[in-house]
Design a protein around this ligand. Structure first.
Ligand SMILES: [Fe+2]
Ligand SMILES: [Fe+2]
Length: 289
């Protein structure tokens, strides 16, 4: 997919009946203690998993070897994920002493104000090069994503909205490039996002929806970090395809690894089957991809 091509995909719009059914499931599950169940079962180890991915490039310089990114995705603050519920995930992320933390969208499920529920937990994230985020399709509810970005910036959580950040390491740099969501954003501008990239730089891309990942593939793009699919959330034959298509946890496309996180939150029910919640740790190394 060439640079400059419109990356937008049609937004999924569910029927009123389906949305009402999801709300009814959430309400019932909450009344039955669904939030406490989800926190104990899925947001605390051993239910909360750590997935390690080594990303290789044959010409990676010494200064970038061992560079460690911890990815959090699909927090879905709202019915089942509220204040304090991400404490164990944040503690686990910090224990890995990352160079960078990447949050790949879907901070909320229904309401922009719910982003405040998890801000205090996420403000405790520590990484040498900071915490960088992109929005997911849920985050544009009420078109209040700008408010979320402003508030979270107060805690050092920076959103990449068709922009990039250059992390310099000696003579080289790792450019982290982030785009708006493919379904809900008004503008997706990959060329603008990549404008910080200089010849010889390596790239790491953040793109909530894996359907856009191929647009980032190029010789020095090491990885594209995605979320959105929840790893199907309910990995059962008759439910697997109810959500967005899941490309697999890791797909190698030429020199670039496409890593899709199963995420942390849930939609509809505080349940995951065959799709555990996870933090993904991406470590850069020199070697054949
Ligand atoms: Fe999601
Ligand atoms: Fe999503």
């Amino acid at each position: 997919m060439p640079i400059g091509q419109d990356l937008r995909v049609p937004p999924r719009r569910h029927s009123l009946a389906r949305r009402a059914a999801v709300r009814a499931c959430e309400t019932l599950a909450l009344a039955l203690g669904g939030r406490a169940f989800y926190r104990a079962r899925h947001l605390t180890p051993p239910g909360l998993r750590l997935r390690r991915e080594r990303v290789l490039h044959p010409h990676l310089p010494d200064v970038l070897r061992g560079f460690r990114v911890v990815q959090l995705s699909d927090l879905h603050a709202g019915p089942f994920v509220r204040a304090g519920d991400l404490r164990a995930a944040v503690d686990l992320a910090n224990s890995l002493e990352p160079d960078l933390v990447a949050i790949t969208g879907d901070l909320i499920t229904h309401r922009a104000e719910d982003a405040e529920l998890v801000r205090a937990d996420l403000a405790r994230l520590r990484a040498r090069a900071g915490v960088l985020c992109v929005f997911g399709n849920h985050d544009y509810r009420g078109r209040r994503e700008g408010e979320i970005a402003e508030r979270w910036a107060q805690d050092g959580l920076r959103f990449l909205r068709n922009e990039g950040v250059r992390i310099e390491r000696g003579e080289t740099a790792l450019c982290v490039v982030g785009v708006e969501d493919l379904e809900e954003a008004r503008t997706i501008d990959l060329e603008r996002a990549r404008s910080c990239v200089r010849p010889g730089d390596f790239e790491l891309a953040l793109c909530h929806n894996p359907r856009g990942a191929l647009a980032f593939v190029r010789e020095r793009c090491l990885a594209v970090l995605c979320g959105h699919t929840h790893g199907t959330q309910l990995d059962l034959p008759w439910l697997r395809h109810a959500g967005p298509p899941h490309p697999g946890l890791r797909v190698q496309s030429g020199p670039t690894a496409i890593v899709t996180s199963r995420g942390l939150g849930s939609i509809g029910l505080p349940v995951r089957i065959g799709a555990p919640t996870e933090l993904v740790v991406i470590e850069l190394e020199r070697g054949a991809a």
